[in-house]
Design a binder for this molecule. Structure first.
Ligand SMILES: Nc1ncnc2c1ncn2[C@@H]1O[C@H](COP(=O)(O)OP(=O)(O)OP(=O)(O)O)[C@@H](O)[C@H]1O
Ligand SMILES: [Mg+2]
Length: 382
């Protein structure tokens, strides 16, 4: 005769722990899904079924391929690969992802995905937690549409005001007394700032809605950089900053939308000039780096403060946002630049040292050089 009291107690406590986990799994307000390494669902909770409009059995016959929005599939697969490849990295990532419900409608979700490993560290299955943010997305879309409408409505009258003030200042309506002329110039300049702001807000909104139009074409980055510099020359002169282009001897090409690429560089150069001390130099270099094309914009300004470095690329982020700050702008420039560069499949980053200056760099992938040019292009300088 064996005394099985202990074993019974152990079984009871196991059952209880199992039941607790089951209840947590089933009653969670988040959709929870376990997916095997081939992408098939092996466990789904009630909330996940409700979110996607399937019964549990139906869902278990599917995998993430069938319920992920086709446009999010590549990224999703890449994330899974990354999770498997880096056992030591923080094992979870959080992304906004679109899923397809049974009725074909789109479920916008905030998905947290991790990989569960066995005792030997071998991956067993993926754990995904899904929060439905469809309503939030709708509100956001409404807000964006509102902003976009208002901005569009602002742009035409502003353009007209700028035109009129420009004509006045230029003497088109007869010579103005000096004081009146100066006022017209101030008005025109401020109008221009407003138009730039409206355009940036429209770009931001378009980018977030995925509606920014890109016409990618193989372009010579050196020539585009020269055009961006040309556009910034007046501004640089006004601040007594010299712009210098260091272009490669051979054309360096990448797949970009030329106007958008110039927009990125213009912002980087305008930032560099804005934060440069007078009589200093801003260098713009176009070069090849590890088989990629790389563009660097280097200034000798104050650098970016430590505590601000994480937020540089966020919307409306500025190190000094006080109304008395010396430099103008709204803090949208780098946010937009990052969005554009990422659409080109590239990356943007910076190095900075307090009191010594900052270098922003853009790297674009898969670039091969074309045949050599006759002579290296000359630097443009103020
Ligand atoms: N080269 C630089 N040197 C020092 N600080 C910089 C530099 N470039 C950017 N920053 C910091 O990053 C912030 C954000 O730059 P961003 O280009 O996004 O906005 P902005 O230039 O202030 O306004 P705008 O929307 O007109 O571009 C700046 O306000 C500044 O605090
Ligand atoms: Mg800027």
């Amino acid at each position: 005769v064996h005394d099985i009291t202990r074993r019974k107690a152990l079984e009871r406590s196991m059952r209880r722990s199992e039941a607790l986990f089951r209840a947590t799994f089933d009653q969670a307000l988040l959709g929870i899904v376990h997916t095997d390494l081939e992408g098939r669902f092996i466990r789904v909770n009630r909330r996940a079924c409700e979110q996607l409009g399937y019964t549990e059995d139906e869902l278990l016959a599917l995998g993430y391929l069938e319920v992920t929005h086709p446009e999010d599939l590549t990224e999703s697969a890449a994330h899974h690969q990354r999770l498997l490849a880096h056992p030591k990295e923080p094992f979870e990532y959080q992304v906004t992802r679109r899923y397809l419900r049974k009725d074909g409608s789109v479920l916008w979700a905030l998905a947290s995905v991790g990989v569960i490993r066995d005792d030997d560290g071998m991956p067993e299955f993926f754990l995904t937690m899904v929060q439905d943010i469809t309503e939030l997305k709708k509100v956001e879309e409404m807000k964006n549409e509102f902003v976009s409408t208002v901005s569009h409505e602002l742009r035409s009258p502003l353009t007209s005001i700028r035109g009129s003030l420009g004509l006045l200042a230029g003497g088109a309506a007869g010579p103005l007394p000096k004081a009146a002329h100066d006022l017209a110039v101030i008005g025109e300049r401020n109008c221009e700032r407003l138009i730039r702001l409206v355009n940036d807000i429209l770009d931001t909104e378009r980018m977030e809605a995925g509606r920014m139009r890109f016409e990618l074409q193989r372009s010579d980055l050196g020539s585009l950089a020269a055009r961006a510099i040309e556009a910034m020359q007046g501004y640089a002169l006004g601040r007594k900053v010299e712009l210098r282009l260091l272009a490669p001897a051979r054309p360096l090409a990448a797949e970009v939308d030329p106007d958008r690429f110039i927009q990125v560089l213009t912002n980087l150069v305008s930032n560099a000039v804005k934060f440069s001390p007078p009589a200093s130099r801003v260098e713009i270099a176009v070069l090849e780096h590890d088989g990629n094309a790389r563009i660097e914009v280097r200034d000798h300004g104050p650098g970016i403060p430590d505590e601000f470095r994480d937020r540089v690329f966020q919307r409306f982020a500025q190190a000094d946002a006080s109304s008395t700050r010396a430099a103008g702008g709204t803090g949208l420039g780098l946010y937009i630049a990052k969005g554009i560069v990422e659409r080109f499949g590239g990356t943007i980053g910076f190095e900075t040292a307090a009191g010594r200056g900052t270098t922003f760099h853009v790297e674009l992938p898969g670039t091969t050089t074309a045949p050599a040019l006759a002579a290296p292009r000359l630097a443009v300088s103020a």
